[in-house]
Design a protein around this ligand. Structure first.
Ligand code: HEC
Ligand code: HEC
Ligand code: HEC
Ligand code: HEC
Ligand code: HEC
Length: 234
């Protein structure tokens, strides 16, 4: 018998099992990774009907997020502005306050702004493509978070540096819970800064004394981010 099946062959079933298990783990890890929101949602950056830039408006011009996303502090839903909001400045006259006469003509003829004025004249809304979306079976409320001292920065990143809005966090359940377990890493004082100056917020949150400051804020405002299923699924 032993001459037909040499001794070393005894290792074959074990080796096969080990290899097979390794392959399974690899496949499972691959599936988990590729089907995770971090993989397929981060970087999502749809082409918009008008080249509207946050980098220009929120960054360079320094317009407050709430000038356009007017309901974000009072409502669960953060609205996208209608064309009327753009027309506060883009009537062709409003820009004069910002622009030199020499720049104004080109500005008036800018094809993107022509689209905006046309949309306003016809009453046909600009159909912005939605970037961030949690599934309907999960409940998310903006005002709760903003009023608790979570800056737009913590969830949307440096929007003020984006020419085109891009999703920077996967926003899956694990992401929500990660912050709910340790909110102190993400809390800033609920003053103006957290909405108007994302650069300062970024620096504050990266500084060494953040956890301590965050814990004090969580205590002061008695924050209790829920981890029970029913809080987000109902
Ligand atoms: C002058 C108006 C204006 C200002 C100011 C503004 N936004 Fe926006 N925002 C828009 C418009 C219009 C859209 C929809 C088009 C797009 O996605 O670029 C939008 C889209 C967004 C989106 C993506 C929405 C989606 O579809 O998921 C986020 C997030 C956002 N804004 C955050 C901010 C933050 C944070 C600030 C302040 C730093 C800010 N915005 C300032 C007009 C504005
Ligand atoms: C508070 C005033 C203000 C509001 C509100 C505003 N804009 Fe602007 N926008 C400006 C100014 C000022 C410029 C020109 C900056 C420059 O050319 O340096 C500009 C430039 C632009 C440009 C041209 C960028 C380029 O290519 O030169 C577009 C397109 C534009 N805005 C779209 C919008 C849209 C869409 C909205 C509404 C969601 C909006 N703006 C709301 C002030 C505003
Ligand atoms: C705690 C995380 C968090 C914070 C803080 C946050 N957002 Fe959001 N934002 C989200 C999520 C999650 C969505 C998708 C919501 C949904 O699908 O109902 C979203 C969606 C949006 C949208 C798109 C809404 C739509 O219907 O098109 C806008 C605009 C927006 N956020 C702006 C802001 C602004 C401005 C701030 C700061 C004042 C802010 N967000 C703060 C997580 C956050
Ligand atoms: C960066 C931190 C952070 C992230 C990310 C975050 N949250 Fe929260 N969330 C908080 C804090 C802080 C509170 C506590 C508010 C309080 O106690 O007043 C809270 C409270 C809540 C509440 C209870 C209040 C309510 O609306 O009924 C719900 C539900 C909730 N979050 C859902 C979500 C969901 C869903 C996501 C992911 C899409 C999410 N959160 C992501 C920080 C976060
Ligand atoms: C802080 C809010 C929050 C809490 C608490 C929470 N979930 Fe979720 N859950 C979400 C969000 C947001 C999604 C959507 C994820 C996505 O977009 O892929 C989700 C998705 C799911 C899904 C779909 C599959 C998946 O993983 O994406 C299941 C199942 C689920 N949750 C079950 C639960 C159970 C069971 C609990 C309690 C142990 C729970 N959730 C607690 C926010 C929450």
């Amino acid at each position: 018998m032993s001459t037909i099946f040499p001794r070393w062959m005894n290792a074959i079933p074990t080796a096969t099992a080990v290899l097979g298990f390794g392959a399974l783990v690899t496949v499972a890890a691959g599936i988990t990774y590729y089907f995770t929101p971090e993989y397929w949602r981060v970087g999502y950056e749809p082409v918009q009907p008008v080249d509207y830039s946050h980098q220009l408006h929120a960054g360079t011009l320094g317009i407050d997020c709430r000038y356009c996303h007017t309901h974000v502090e009072e409502s669960g839903h953060s609205n996208v502005p209608d064309t009327g909001t753009c027309m506060n400045c883009h009537t062709g006259v409003g820009e004069q306050a910002y622009l030199e006469r020499s720049l104004w003509q080109a500005h008036l003829e800018n094809p993107n702004l022509v689209k905006v004025r046309e949309a306003h004249a016809t009453g046909e809304p600009i159909r912005w493509r939605r970037v961030h979306k949690v599934p309907d079976y999960a409940h998310f409320n903006h005002s709760v978070h903003v009023n608790a001292g979570v800056s737009c920065y913590s969830c949307h990143g440096r929007i003020d540096q984006q020419a085109v809005v891009r999703q920077v966090h996967g926003m899956g359940m694990a992401w929500c819970l990660e912050c709910h377990r340790n909110p102190e890493d993400h809390l800033v004082d609920t003053d103006e800064v957290m909405v108007t100056d994302l650069n300062t917020v970024e620096q504050l949150l990266a500084s060494a004394d953040q956890p301590e400051r965050g814990l004090a804020l969580a205590e002061e405002h008695q924050l209790q981010p829920p981890q029970n299923c029913g809080a987000c699924h109902y």
